[in-house]
Design a protein around this ligand. Structure first.
Ligand code: QV4
Ligand code: CA
Length: 470
C-alpha cells in the first residue's frame, strides 16, 4: 500500500536537488507537467543547521534542528504555494524526511528557522526533543558511540551515523513527533516521502510511525483512502547485516546495485539485460526504487555515471526509463567541483534562482539533466509502457532493442549506423519517434516488424509508444 504513487499511473520523478520552492513551483507549471513527470523529490524542508564558516555546504540540510518548514529552499508560505501550484498541474511533491537523527554532536546555536539548539546536551526545543528522546548509549555496542561495524545491525541502528545524534524511535513520544511532522506535510498536500537513513532505524519502529500517518489529502486531489508513497533509503550492496528485503512491507526501497549495474551495461551492452540481478538479492520489481546516480554517490562514488559523463550518462538515464524494472528517479544536479560545495548562491548562503536559457537548458550552474533533450522525452514513454514487461529482446555488441508488451518499443545503438528490421510487438501504424520529437517516423507493419534507422550523429535511440501514432 505504500508502494504506489498516486499520479495517474505516471512512474518517473525528478530530484530537484537544492532548488528553492519558488523555482520548483515554476518548473511544475512550465515544464514538468507537460513532460509527464509524476512528481518532484524536494530537499529536506525542515529547519537545519547553518555552516557559514564552511561556505554553507549542501549537507546542512541533513542535520535537522526542528520540523519547522524554514529552510534554505524557502519558508512555509513558499512551501505551501509550491505544493498547491504543482498539484494544480498534476505534479506531486515528495519530501525528503530526515528523522533518524538531529544535528551532529558538537553543533549548537540557532537553526535556519531561528530555533536554538545544543547537541551537547541533546536539547532541541524547536521540536521539542530532550535527552530522553535519543537512543540510550547503553544500546549502542560500539566503544565510541559511532557506527563502524556494518555487520552488526544493533550498531548500525543504535549508534551515531557520522557523529549525528541518534533519535530513539523506540519511544512513543518520538514516534508521535515524527508522525506529526509527516501529517503536517500531508495536510499541506504532499504525496509521499523519501525516508533518509532508513537503514539506521528498526523496521518495526518505522512501521509504527507509518501507522500513525494519515491518508493523503482529498483537498489536494488524492482519492479518498490513498496511503502516502514511501521509499526508504537503504544502501545494500550485499554482504552486510542489513538487507533491502527487511523494508518491503514499509514501501519501496532504494536499490543502489542498479547504479553500478547500469554503468556496467552502458559500457558493455552484453550486460545491459542484467541490470536487475535477483540472484544478488536486489529489490523485487514491486519494491525497487532506482536511479542512475543520487546526490550522495554522484560526489562520492567514482563507479557511478553522472552528468560529468555526458552522453554515457544520458544513455544510462534513457535506458533506465525505457526498461521495466523499478520506480525511477532522475537526478537534477548543480555543477560542483568539490563534494561539500553548496548550490549556486550568494555569499550569505542565499540560493540563486534557476535560470532557463532560450534553448530550454539551464544556466547559472544548474545542470537540469531532466531537461536534456532525450531524457526529457522519456517520461512519456515510460508512462505509456506502464506495467508491461520487456519482450522481443534483441541484443548484440552495439544494439539493444525490446518492446514493452504491445505498448511501446525502444532501441539503442551506440556504434555506427543502424538500419535493421525488428519485431516491435506493436499494432500496425505510423508512430512518431518521441526522441526526435516526431522528426522521425517509424512504420510498424501488420506483422509487428519495423525498419529502425539510427544514424550515428543522432541521439542514439528510437522510442515509440501508444499515443505517438502519426
Ligand atoms: C564529522 C566527522 C565524524 C564525527 C563528527 C563529529 O566526520 O567522524 O563523528 O564530525 O561531529 C556531515 C559531515 C561529517 C560530519 C557530520 C556530523 O560530512 O564530516 O562528521 O556531518 O556533523 C549527508 C552527508 C554527510 C553529512 C550529513 C549530515 O553525506 O557527510 O555529515 O549529511 O550533514 C551511509 C548511510 C546513508 C547516508 C550515506 C551518506 O547508510 O543513510 O551514508 N545517506 C543519507 C543522505 C546523506 C546524508 C545522510 C544520510 C545523513 O543521503 O546525504 O549525509 O542524513 O551510507
Ligand atoms: Ca538510528
Amino acid at each position: 500500500q505504500y508502494h504506489d504513487a498516486f499520479c495517474d499511473g505516471k512512474t518517473v520523478i525528478v530530484h530537484l536537488f537544492e532548488w528553492k520552492w519558488s523555482d520548483i513551483a515554476a518548473e511544475c507549471e512550465r515544464f514538468l507537467s507537460a513532460a509527464g513527470f509524476c512528481g518532484v523529490q524536494v530537499s529536506p524542508p525542515n529547519e537545519h543547521i547553518l555552516k557559514p564558516d564552511e561556505g554553507y555546504p549542501w549537507w546542512e540540510r541533513y542535520q535537522p534542528v526542528s520540523y519547522k518548514l524554514e529552510s534554505r529552499s524557502g519558508n512555509e508560505d513558499e512551501f505551501r504555494d509550491m505544493v498547491s501550484r504543482c498539484n494544480a498541474v498534476g505534479v506531486r511533491i515528495i519530501v525528503d524526511v530526515v528523522f533518524n537523527h538531529m544535528t551532529g554532536v558538537g553543533q549548537s546555536g540557532t537553526g535556519s528557522g531561528g530555533s536554538s539548539f545544543d547537541a551537547n546536551s541533546l536539547s532541541f526545543p524547536g521540536v521539542p526533543y530532550g535527552s530522553n528522546d535519543f537512543t540510550p548509549s547503553s544500546m549502542c555496542p560500539s566503544s565510541d558511540g559511532g557506527i563502524h561495524d556494518y555487520n552488526n545491525a544493533e550498531e548500525v541502528r543504535n549508534c551515531y551515523l557520522t557523529g549525528l545524534t541518534d533519535l530513539y524511535q523506540g519511544e512513543d513520544y518520538v514516534r508521535q513527533e515524527i508522525a506529526g511532522y509527516l501529517n503536517n506535510l500531508i495536510s499541506i498536500g504532499v504525496m509521499g516521502f523519501r525516508v533518509d537513513a532508513s537503514k539506521h532505524m528498526w523496521p518495526g519502529d518505522i512501521s509504527i510511525i507509518e501507522s500513525y500517518v494519515n491518508d493523503l489529502s482529498t483537498d489536494a486531489g488524492f482519492p479518498s483512502g490513498s496511503r502516502p508513497f514511501f521509499y526508504h533509503e537503504v544502501i545494500d550492496n550485499g554482504g552486510e547485516a542489513i538487507s533491502v528485503d527487511e523494508y518491503y512491507d514499509l514501501g519501496r526501497v532504494t536499490e543502489f546495485r542498479y547504479c553500478h549495474n547500469i554503468r556496467t551495461g552502458i559500457y558493455d551492452f552484453s550486460q545491459l539485460g542484467a541490470v536487475y540481478r535477483p540472484e544478488d538479492g536486489m529489490c523485487t520489481y514491486e519494491n525497487a526504487f532506482i536511479f542512475v546516480d543520487n546526490h550522495d554517490n554522484q560526489r562520492s562514488d567514482s563507479s557511478v555515471l553522472t552528468y560529468k559523463n555526458g552522453r554515457d550518462y544520458s544513455n544510462a538515464v534513457v535506458y533506465t526509463l525505457a526498461q521495466d524494472y523499478g520506480f525511477a528517479r532522475i537526478m537534477s544536479s548543480y555543477d560542483f567541483s568539490y563534494s561539500d560545495q553548496g548550490p549556486p548562491s550568494d555569499g550569505s548562503g542565499n540560493t540563486n534562482d534557476v535560470t532557463i536559457n532560450a534553448d530550454g537548458s539551464c544556466g547559472g550552474g544548474w545542470i537540469c539533466e531532466h531537461r536534456w533533450a532525450s531524457i526529457s522525452r522519456m517520461p512519456r514513454f515510460r508512462n505509456a509502457a506502464g506495467d508491461t514487461y520487456k519482450d522481443n529482446w534483441y541484443s548484440d555488441g552495439s544494439t539493444v532493442a525490446f518492446s514493452r508488451g504491445s505498448n511501446a518499443f525502444f532501441a539503442i545503438n551506440v556504434d555506427g549506423n543502424l538500419n535493421q528490421n525488428f519485431q516491435t510487438g506493436m499494432p500496425a501504424g505510423d508512430y512518431c519517434d518521441i526522441i526526435t520529437n516526431c522528426a522521425k517516423t517509424v512504420t510498424v507493419n501488420s506483422d509487428g516488424t519495423a525498419n529502425i534507422v539510427i544514424d550515428s550523429y543522432d541521439d542514439p535511440f528510437v522510442a515509440i509508444c501508444q499515443g505517438s501514432k502519426g
